[in-house]
Design a protein around this ligand. Structure first.
Ligand code: BGC
Length: 767
C-alpha cells in the first residue's frame, strides 16, 4: 500500500518527484485509445528505473514456451502484446548537458492525468549540474478521435541563463519486451526514412510478420512564432532521429510539438504503411495540437456522458471510480472484433496483454451498460471467430468433439502452460457461454443467438458432454481433475462451480435451441444440420442436467467447493497472523494447496452468475461459510463479494470489499502496480457500484434496482444504457431518482415496485 497521489475528483495528481514511485506512476498515468497505449514514461532521457512501454493493440509475438517440465498438450508459445516503437522520445541537451530527472535536482514536480479531457501533463523545475535552472511543461495525449495519432507539447523555459538547446526528436524501434522468455528482441528492421522535418521507422516482428510504421514530425515555436530550424537527421538500425539546435534566452519559452502516426499492417496494406502514416500525420499536423486536444476533450465528454459515476461526499472514492472507468474506456473501444481486453490493458506487460475469462466474467457488464450494443457484441464475436481454434484445442487435448476455449489467448490458440490451469481450469468455457446469456439478457438482442450464439453454445456443451463421466454405482455424472476459479486448490474432483456452470450451459443451449425452433424454424434447421446435432445428443445433455452431481453439505446448508473441502482444517483468515499475508508471497505452494484459504470467489462466483436460481438464505449460508476463508488475493475477488454482501444487507462488508478494489492501483494495494494496472478488475469495481450498491439486475426484460448507499457517501449516481434508453440513477441517503435522458419509455422495478418510466421523465422512490 502506498498513498502518494493527491485526491481530486477528475484528475490523478502526483506532486513532488520520487524516483521510487516512478514505475508505479508510469503504470497509473498511462494513456491509450483502444488502438494503442503508452506508459507514462518521460519524453526526455531518464536513467533511473523505468519500464518503457508503447503497445499497439493486436500486435503480438508468439514467444517460445519456457517451462520446467514439458507436458503433452502444452502450447508451443505464449502470445505477448509487443512493446513497440518508442514514439515519444525527445532527447534534450542544454548547454551540452542531458536533461535527466534522475540526475538533476528536481523541484515543483507535478504530474497530472486529466481524465475528464483525456491527456497527461507534467511540469517541473530542474537544476542542472552547473546551477542552470529550467522549467518544463509537457502535455501529451493519444487521440481517441484520430486513432493512430499521438501528440506531444513540450515547453522549456530557462530561468536563470541564456544558452543553447539541442533537441533530438526520435523514433526508436529497437525495443525489447521486459518479459521475453529468452531475452530475445522481437523486432527486425525493415526501413527508415529521414527528411528535414520528418522521419519514419518501419519494423517487423521476427515471427508472424506484423509490420509497424511510425512517422513523426516536430515543430518548434518561440512566443507563438514558428521557428524555422534546420534538422539534422541520424539514422541507425530501427531508429531515426532529427536533431535541432536553438538558442535559449532567459525567461523565454521554446515550445516543441511532436506528432506521431503509428500504423500497422493489421489495418493497412503492408506496402502502403509509410504513405498511410504520412497521410495521417499530415491530417494531424494540419489540425495542430490545440485543435486535436479540444477534439479529444469533446470526445471524452461524450464518453463520460454515457459512463460516468458521480460519488458525492467522498473525493477518494470519486477519484477511484473515475480512474477505473477512464482506464476501461481507453483500453477497449470496441470497433474491432479482433481485439479484446488484457488484464493489464496497455499499462504493462504482465499477462501478455492476452484475453482471459476476465472479459466475459467481469468486463462485459461495463460495456453492456455504458456503450452502444455493437461494442459488447464485438466482444462476443471475438470468441465466435475463435470457435474453430477452440475446437482444435479440444482435439489437441484428446476430446473427440466440442470446443474448449483457451485460458489465455491472443488469436484463439491456447497460450497458457501450467497443466493445473491450462488443462484443468476449464470453467472458463462456461463463462464464455454465460457471456452470451448476459449479452442477450441485457440487450434483448435475441438475433445474436440465431446468428452466432447457438454455434458457440452447442460446441461448448459438447465439450462438457465429453468431459463429465457417468459413475454407474452412484447414478451421477461427475467432473474429475479440475481447478475452479479458486486457483489455491488444483486437480480437485467436482468443483461445485464448474459442475454447475457446465450443467447450466447445457440447460441454456437447449433453451436457445427451443427458442429458435419456436421462432425461426428455418434457421433452427440450418443449425441442426450444420452442427449435425442429433436428438440422441440432446437427450444426453438432458440426462447430464438431470444427473449432475453437486457436492453439498446438507447439515451446513452449503455447496462444497469440491468433494474433499470439508476434510480440510477450516479456519477463518482472521485467525492467521498478518505476517502470513499475502499467502502467495509467504507460503509454499504446497501449503497453500492443502489449506482451506480461498484466492477468489468460487462457489460464490456461481451464486453471483446464477443469482436468480438461489434463495437469499442459500446465498447467505454460503457467503457466511466461504467469505471468512477468502484471502482475496486475486484482484477479481472483492467485487463479487461486495455485490453479494450488498444483496445480503451486509453493508459494512460490502463497503470494505468495495474499498479493496476501488483504489487498488491508485493506492498500490497489492504492491505490484509498477507491473501495470489491474484493468480487468476495474470493471469489477464498476460492477460493485452499479450491481452492488445500485442493486441493478435484469429480470424478465426489466431493469431492476435495489439500491443502498454506504453511510460514508452523500449520494452516488451512475448512467446505464438499457434497451435504447439512457438512464441516470441517483441514490442518496433518503431516496433514489431515475431520470430517463432519452425519449423511449422503459419498464423498471425500483425497490420491488414495478413502474414505467416515460421518456425524459424521472421517478423518485424513497428507500
Ligand atoms: C486469477 C484468474 C484471472 C487471471 C487474470 C488470476 O490471478 O486467478 O481468475 O483470470 O488472474 O486476471
Amino acid at each position: 500500500m502506498k498513498q502518494y497521489l493527491k485526491e481530486h475528483e477528475w484528475s490523478i495528481i502526483e506532486e513532488g518527484f520520487n524516483p521510487e514511485n516512478h514505475e508505479i506512476s508510469e503504470s497509473i498515468f498511462s494513456i491509450g485509445n483502444g488502438h494503442m497505449g503508452q506508459r507514462a514514461n518521460f519524453e526526455e532521457t531518464y536513467s533511473g528505473s523505468s519500464l518503457q512501454g508503447s503497445y499497439m493493440a493486436g500486435v503480438y509475438y508468439p514467444d517460445k514456451t519456457r517451462v520446467g517440465w514439458w507436458k503433452n498438450g502444452y502450447p508451443e508459445y505464449f502470445a505477448k502484446v509487443l512493446n513497440s516503437t518508442n514514439w515519444i522520445g525527445l532527447h534534450i541537451v542544454i548547454d551540452g548537458e542531458d536533461l535527466d530527472l534522475y540526475q538533476a535536482v528536481v523541484s515543483d514536480f507535478v504530474r497530472e492525468l486529466n481524465m475528464r479531457e483525456g491527456y497527461l501533463q507534467r511540469s517541473f523545475k530542474a537544476e542542472l549540474r552547473d546551477g542552470k535552472q529550467i522549467r518544463v511543461e509537457a502535455t501529451r495525449f493519444i487521440s481517441i478521435v484520430d486513432k493512430e495519432i499521438g501528440a506531444i507539447k513540450y515547453a522549456i523555459t530557462p530561468l536563470n541563463f541564456d544558452g543553447t538547446l539541442e533537441v533530438t526528436s526520435y523514433l526508436d524501434g529497437d525495443i525489447k519486451n521486459e518479459d521475453a522468455n529468452y531475452d530475445e528482441k522481437f523486432w527486425d528492421p525493415v526501413h527508415t526514412t529521414l527528411s528535414r522535418d520528418r522521419a519514419s521507422v518501419i519494423v517487423k516482428t521476427k515471427k508472424l510478420n506484423f509490420q509497424y510504421c511510425s512517422t513523426m514530425e516536430t515543430h518548434f515555436y518561440k512566443n507563438e512564432k514558428k521557428l524555422d530550424l534546420e534538422g539534422v537527421g541520424k539514422e541507425e538500425v530501427k531508429y531515426a532521429g532529427v536533431t535541432y539546435n536553438a538558442p535559449l534566452v532567459k525567461s523565454e519559452t521554446t515550445t516543441i510539438y511532436k506528432y506521431a502516426a503509428n500504423v500497422t499492417n493489421r489495418d493497412h496494406d503492408e506496402q502502403q504503411l509509410e504513405k498511410i502514416s504520412a497521410k495521417e500525420l499530415d491530417k494531424a499536423v494540419e489540425k495542430g495540437f490545440e485543435q486535436m486536444k479540444q477534439e479529444q476533450a469533446s470526445a471524452w465528454k461524450e464518453k463520460w456522458l454515457y459512463s460516468d459515476i458521480v460519488i458525492e461526499g467522498d473525493v477518494a472514492a470519486q477519484q477511484g471510480i473515475r480512474f477505473n472507468i477512464y482506464q476501461l474506456n481507453q483500453t477497449y473501444s470496441g470497433e474491432d472484433a479482433r481485439l479484446n481486453i488484457g488484464p493489464k490493458g496497455f499499462t504493462g506487460e504482465k499477462y501478455g496483454g492476452s484475453t482471459y475469462w476476465d472479459t466475459e466474467a467481469y468486463c462485459l457488464p461495463f460495456y453492456l451498460a455504458t456503450a452502444e450494443e455493437r461494442i459488447p457484441r464485438n466482444l462476443l464475436i471475438y470468441r465466435y471467430n475463435h470457435l474453430e481454434k477452440a475446437k482444435e484445442n479440444a482435439r489437441k487435448l484428446g476430446f473427440e468433439k466440442g470446443a474448449l476455449y483457451p485460458m489465455v489467448t491472443m488469436n484463439g490458440e491456447e497460450s497458457h502452460n501450467e497443466w493445473e490451469i491450462t488443462f484443468e481450469e476449464i470453467h472458463r468455457n462456461g463463462a464464455i457461454a454465460y457471456g452470451i446469456y448476459n449479452y442477450v439478457n441485457y440487450t434483448g438482442d435475441k438475433s445474436y443467438l440465431g446468428e452466432y450464439g447457438i454455434e458457440v453454445l452447442a460446441e461448448i456443451s459438447r465439450f462438457w458432454e465429453e468431459r463429465v463421466n457417468f459413475v454407474p454405482q452412484k447414478g451421477v455424472y461427475m467432473m474429475l481433475g479440475v481447478t475452479g476459479p479458486n486457483e489455491y486448490e488444483n486437480n480437485v474432483h467436482n468443483n461445485w462451480y464448474t459442475n454447475r456452470i457446465a450443467s447450466w450451459t447445457l440447460e441454456y443451449t437447449l433453451y436457445v435451441l427451443d427458442y429458435l425452433k419456436d421462432t425461426d424454424s428455418e434457421n433452427y434447421q440450418k443449425w441442426i444440420d450444420k452442427l449435425d446435432l442429433k436428438e440422441e445428443e440432446m437427450k444426453k445433455w438432458l440426462d447430464i442436467i438431470d444427473k449432475m452431481y453437486y457436492p453439498e453439505d446438507k447439515e451446513l446448508g452449503v455447496f462444497l467447493q469440491q468433494d474433499n473441502f470439508l476434510d480440510k482444517e477450516l479456519l477463518p483468515v482472521s485467525d492467521l497472523d498478518s505476517k502470513h499475508l499475502p499467502l502467495n508471497q509467504n507460503w509454499s505452494w504446497d501449503r497453500i494447496l492443502r489449506s482451506c484459504f480461498i484466492k477468489q470467489a468460487d462457489v460464490l462466483q456461481g451464486l453471483y452468475f446464477l443469482n436468480h436460481e438461489f434463495d437469499i438464505e442459500t446465498k447467505k449460508r454460503n457467503f457466511d461459510f466461504y467469505e471468512p476463508m477468502t484471502v482475496h488475493e486475486s484482484s477479481l475477488s472483492p467485487c463479487v463479494h461486495s455485490i453479494l454482501a450488498c444483496e445480503l444487507g451486509y453493508k459494512e462488508k460490502a463497503y470494505e470489499m468495495y474499498l479493496r478494489t476501488a483504489r487498488l492501483d491508485l493506492d498500490n494495494y497489492n504492491n505490484d502496480t509498477e507491473d501495470g494496472c489491474h484493468t480487468t478488475s476495474m470493471a469489477g469495481t464498476w460492477m460493485s457500484v452499479v450491481q452492488g450498491f445500485g442493486g441493478m439486475k435484469i429480470s424478465n426484460d426489466q431493469l431492476v434496482l435495489n439500491p443502498f448507499i454506504p453511510g460514508q457517501w452523500a449520494s452516488f449516481s451512475f448512467k446505464v444504457l438499457f434497451r435504447g434508453a439512457r438512464l441516470m440513477v441517483r441514490v442518496d441517503q433518503e431516496e433514489v431518482t431515475v431520470t430517463n435522458e432519452t425519449d423511449l419509455s422503459v419498464d423498471i422495478v425500483i425497490h420491488g415496485e414495478q413502474m414505467q418510466l416515460k421518456g425524459n421523465e424521472n421517478i423518485t422512490v424513497t428507500h
